[in-house]
Design a protein around this ligand. Structure first.
Ligand code: CA
Ligand code: CA
Ligand code: CA
Length: 1015
């Protein structure tokens, strides 16, 4: 058994796999159960799982779906699209919910609401050609490995090739420098012709300050091109526009409609929602409508939200600078709205805010003065808040100020910069270059200082000097895009350090060599200096980008806060984040802030020990236990015991809350257990139960460290009872079941089903070095059953019979089904989401499988995800669940640490490795509390060599552990650090070598600790 866990490789593993297809015990599989237990995976497919392989390169249509986040952690969401252009641009503090299921598991190209880009300029034979870096270049290749995206551009008829490298600094353990509102671009031009030529790069950026508010504010945008600190910058800002500038006194208002008459006059109504004339206030069954003028208004709640229609004004001349009106009702863009139409096109639109009270709103229509327009009021919505209230529409030279407050407090108020790391060409020369780029939808200019109405879209350009390139020569130009939008409701951490986008850009360029160097060092340590398959490395790291999306926020207070997925649901949900190991291993400071400021802070009930699962006062059984496990993990990822000491009383209290729910101290939680399936499990089950037992083990360890032996003993006793009773009562023959009275609780239970997540707590226990919480042979059997009964090489057949509530995998794609009933009747009203495929669960299960030696199955599950998220179909960087970039997907890091058999306890100075794949030649990156580096293990006849090479920071060590082959009965161990011998004691037991150093040792950057183990 031990041997199979340590020596699993390629074909050896495949033959194991084939063996358990034929194993079956216990009850027969029911007829009609449609997941084939024989997965029929081809030898080639299985072999490919283990190949080191090459960096993946995508071309053609595959580029369309790609959107790699290139913003800093919690600094907004900006995509590098597959063709090297930027997309999404959610950096303006706007709340965006990205949808669920079919809405976001679809094939699409991310949009690009802000105009920006680069073009290569070539001067040859007296001609200047500017060729934009986008999908029309010729051949375009994307080779992104998060955090660094690389796009290459070739064209046989063009004399240079260009490489664009884009990333936001990403340095594990250095959260602040990884959370910059900035993107670095390295643009390399290579002369591929046989003649000398002149070349340079043109860059441009649109002023998108006030992008969402522009139509409702009286402001101007300003764009400057400045030279500072030896650099050239485009600086975009906005400011209050002087009222009536150059136009004399305001002209009298024209009231277009006050809706005071018995009917709509010249206005034309369609549908039933508007009735025969204006409403006289609140309609039957409506909440109180206020804020309108006079006695009448438009109110489409006629007959309730179900009614609809349109009300269209006669044509009128736009004879003033603003249109002011009162608006209330529903907040559905395009469905409960008022539109301004010019030539039949909607040029302005506004909705209510799900509030019956009407409030002033205005449109800046200066650019349409003199044109003929119409106003259209629309109700195309029949669900809650599916109506609109409008009154008092006026043409005016002055905006009627609404409730939006001063300009500099608006969420999208701030600044944007595109900086070139060196002096650029003079604006006059840039203007000449602009002539060669041709027509564009957005006006490009190179003025040194220009202001224009906020409703106008303009892009400013800068260019490098052109440089002479001999045949084969290369030149790299560095640019930084930076933004500064501080007005998030909770503030941005980055705004504690900077005051403008210019400051951000200069900081990045002042520290460019370190920031870019450390980012590249992490990239190379993780992807290059590794023996793991390249596809797997890409997959497991791609989800980490979720930190740099709208899912995550890092507030001014220093508190990290997150949605589950982009825009939904609220409160760094304990049970969803239960799965996400990546942030804790890469940026432990962020996770510690969630524990201290949310779980044991704002969301903690001092009286009871309840950890509100969304920072509220609501109990989730899995989240409660998971919080204790996370606290132990955050302690392990700390350099000292300060975190534990500060938080222990509350950690203990949180565990006591779960012990209280257990009730009778038998180690089983029997009562109603709300959990991550958004339902309550009733009666004992191992989903919550295993988390509870693992939390008890973590509690025992923390209690011992805190000298609370009495509590440690209590945790141990509860754990032993719970573990024993689980096997006695919940073992169903091949997997654990739930003990529930289905007559009493007919809905949302799994009963005798096979739940993929049933050993979640055991996976956690391995991650924390807590060992087995159930007997090892039961654990192994469960995972074999989950593979056999829940993973389908094609989910189509199963989902055709049992339709999922939401779609996260399509027919033809592989996936792990949440819950199946292979041996008992299917529960039609069973656990919610039972037919769905969640990548977070898949990684959780795969990671656990690795610990149990089921490496082939684990890789097959991960490969299934990888193939689903192939860019031919979906953005490979966006694993979705309830929203884009779903936090649970960051469970992927648990697979990575499992493959290394990684254990770590910072305060104790303990580090351990037990590679589960190619242990004879194994290399991976690792992160500890204060440093990261690379671990190498090599094995040949009678010798095993371990090398821990520190690449960044420091690593304080007192003890180490390694897995050694079983035939190593006794060993000699020699240790050196930075070439000097280190004294130690060691003991060997059951294939595990434990080493205790005589003195604490600190390994510093670029030093190596080497352990040679000889038989
Ligand atoms: Ca009125
Ligand atoms: Ca309606
Ligand atoms: Ca109990």
């Amino acid at each position: 058994m031990r041997k199979s866990r340590v020596v699993v490789i390629g074909f050896v593993a495949c033959s194991f796999l084939l063996r358990f297809y034929v194993q079956a015990e216990g009850a027969e599989i029911l007829p009609g159960y449609v997941i084939p237990t024989d997965k029929k995976l081809s030898t080639q497919w299985l072999q490919n799982l283990f190949e080191r392989g090459e960096r993946q390169v995508y071309r053609g249509r595959e580029l369309d779906t790609i959107g790699m986040p290139v913003s800093g952690i919690a600094a907004g969401q900006l995509y590098l699209r597959g063709d090297g252009t930027l997309g999404l641009w959610q950096i303006f503090n706007k709340h965006v919910f990205s949808g669920t299921g079919r809405d976001n598991y679809r094939t699409y190209r991310p949009d690009s609401p802000v105009d920006s880009g680069f073009a290569v300029i070539v001067q040859k034979d007296g001609k200047t050609v500017a060729k934009p870096l986008n999908r029309d270049f010729g051949t375009v290749e994307f080779a992104g490995e998060y955090p660094i995206g690389t796009v290459r551009y070739y064209d046989d008829s063009f004399p240079v090739k260009v490489e664009l490298e884009a990333f936001s600094p990403f340095i594990p353990l250095n959260a602040k420098d990884s959370a910059l509102p900035a993107t670095v671009f390295h643009v390399t031009i290579e002369n591929t012709s046989d003649r000398v030529l002149q070349a340079g790069i043109l860059g441009w950026l649109q002023n998108a300050v006030l992008i969402d508010s522009a139509e409702g504010v009286h402001a101007e945008r300003r764009s400057r091109v400045v030279s500072e600190k030896g650099r050239t910058l485009i600086v975009h800002t906005s400011e209050e526009a002087p009222l009536l500038k150059g136009a004399g006194m305001p002209r009298p208002k024209i009231v277009l409609a006050d809706f005071e008459g018995p009917d709509y006059g010249d206005w034309i109504a369609s549908g039933e929602a508007f009735g025969k004339g204006p409403a006289n206030g609140t309609l039957p069954r409506q909440q109180s409508v206020t804020g309108f003028l006079g006695k009448g208004l438009v109110n489409t709640y006629l007959g309730g939200d179900g009614s609809g229609g349109t009300l269209t004004s006669p044509r009128f001349n736009v004879s003033r600078k603003f249109i002011n009106f009162l608006i209330g009702g529903g907040n559905y863009a395009g469905q409960t709205c008022i539109n301004l139409l010019i030539d039949g096109e909607v040029v302005r639109t506004a909705t209510g805010k799900n509030d019956e009270k009407l409030q002033w709103h205005f449109w800046n229509v200066q650019e349409f003065q003199g044109k003929t327009a119409q106003i259209e009021i629309v109700d195309r919505c029949s669900v809650g808040w599916g109506h609109i209230n409008i009154d008092q529409i006026e043409l005016s030279d002055e905006p009627q100020k609404g409730p939006i407050g001063p300009l500099d407090k608006l969420p999208d108020y701030g600044s944007m910069v595109l900086a070139l790391a060196e002096h650029g060409a003079l604006p006059a020369d840039v203007r000449r270059l602009l002539a060669s780029i041709g027509d564009r939808p957005v006006k490009l200019h190179a003025e040194e200082n220009v202001e224009y109405p906020v409703t106008e879209r303009q892009s400013a350009a800068l260019a490098t000097h052109t440089v002479e390139l001999a045949p084969g020569a290369k030149r790299v130009f560095t640019f930084v895009l930076a933004w500064f939008f501080p007005n998030h409701p909770h503030g941005h951490e980055y705004a504690n350090r900077f005051n403008s986008a210019s400051e951000v850009a200069h900081y990045v360029l002042d520290n460019h060599n370190r920031l870019a160097g450390d980012t590249k060092k992490w990239h190379d340590t993780y992807y290059e200096d590794s023996t793991l398959p390249r596809w797997l490395l890409s997959r497991l790291h791609s989800t980490v980008c979720n930190l740099a999306t709208g899912t995550c926020q890092w507030w001014e207070s220093g508190r990290f806060w997150a949605w589950e997925g982009v825009g939904c649901c609220t409160g760094t949900c304990t049970h969803v984040w239960n799965y996400a190991h990546a942030p804790a291993r890469l940026f432990p400071e962020l996770e510690r802030s969630v524990r201290e400021m949310q779980d044991f802070g704002e969301g903690f009930d001092q009286e009871s020990g309840l950890v509100g699962f969304r920072s509220n006062r609501v109990y989730a059984a899995d989240g409660q236990c998971g919080t204790v496990l996370k606290a132990y993990r955050e302690h392990q990822m700390s350099a000292d015991s300060d975190f534990l000491k500060r938080n222990w009383p509350r950690i203990k209290k949180a565990l006591l809350f779960s012990i209280d729910r257990d009730g009778n101290d038998d180690g089983l939680i029997e009562d109603s257990q709300h959990n991550t399936y958004d339902i309550n499990f009733e009666g004992p089950n191992t989903f919550v139960g295993s988390l509870y037992l693992a939390a008890l083990c973590a509690g025992e360890q923390m209690a011992k460290e805190m000298g609370d032996d009495e509590f440690a003993e209590r945790c141990r006793k509860l754990f032993e009872s719970g573990s024993r009773l689980t096997v006695e009562r919940l073992w169903g023959g091949e997997y654990f079941i739930q003990l529930v009275d289905l007559n009493k609780h007919p809905k949302y239970q799994y009963g005798k089903g096979c739940l993929s997540d049933q050993l979640f707590g055991q996976g956690w226990a391995h991650q924390l070095g807590l060992g087995y919480i159930y007997p090892q042979e039961y654990v192994g059997k469960v995972l074999q059953s989950v593979w056999k009964y829940n993973w389908a090489a094609d989910i189509g057949q199963y989902n055709a019979v049992h339709k999922p509530e939401r779609i996260f995998a399509s027919p033809g794609e592989a996936g792990l089904i949440t819950c199946t009933w292979p041996k008992s009747p299917y529960l039609k009203e069973g656990v919610r989401y039972r037919e769905e495929v969640w990548t977070g669960i898949e990684y959780q299960v795969a990671g656990h499988m690795v610990w149990e030696g089921m490496v082939t199955e684990a890789l097959a599950i991960c490969r299934g995800i990888h193939e689903r998220y192939h860019p031919a179909k979906h953005n490979p960087f966006n694993e979705v669940e309830c929203g884009d970039h779903y936090a649970r997907a960051m469970a992927s890091w648990g697979v990575y640490t499992a493959l290394a058999g990684y254990e770590y306890h910072g305060p104790k100075g303990y580090i351990g490795f037990a590679p589960r794949i190619t242990p004879e030649n194994f290399r991976v990156a690792f992160t500890a509390a204060e440093g990261w580096g690379t671990f190498t293990q090599k094995r040949d006849s009678g010798t095993q060599r371990e090398q821990i090479e520190l690449r960044w920071g420091r690593l304080s060590l007192k003890s180490l552990a390694f897995a050694v082959p079983e035939d190593f009965q006794s060993v000699r161990v020699s240790i050196t650090a930075a070439g000097k011998p280190i004294q130690s004691d060691y003991k060997l037991k059951d294939g595990r070598l434990e080493i205790t150093l005589k003195k604490r040792l600190v390994v510093t950057e670029n030093q190596m600790l080497e352990v040679i183990i000889q038989q």
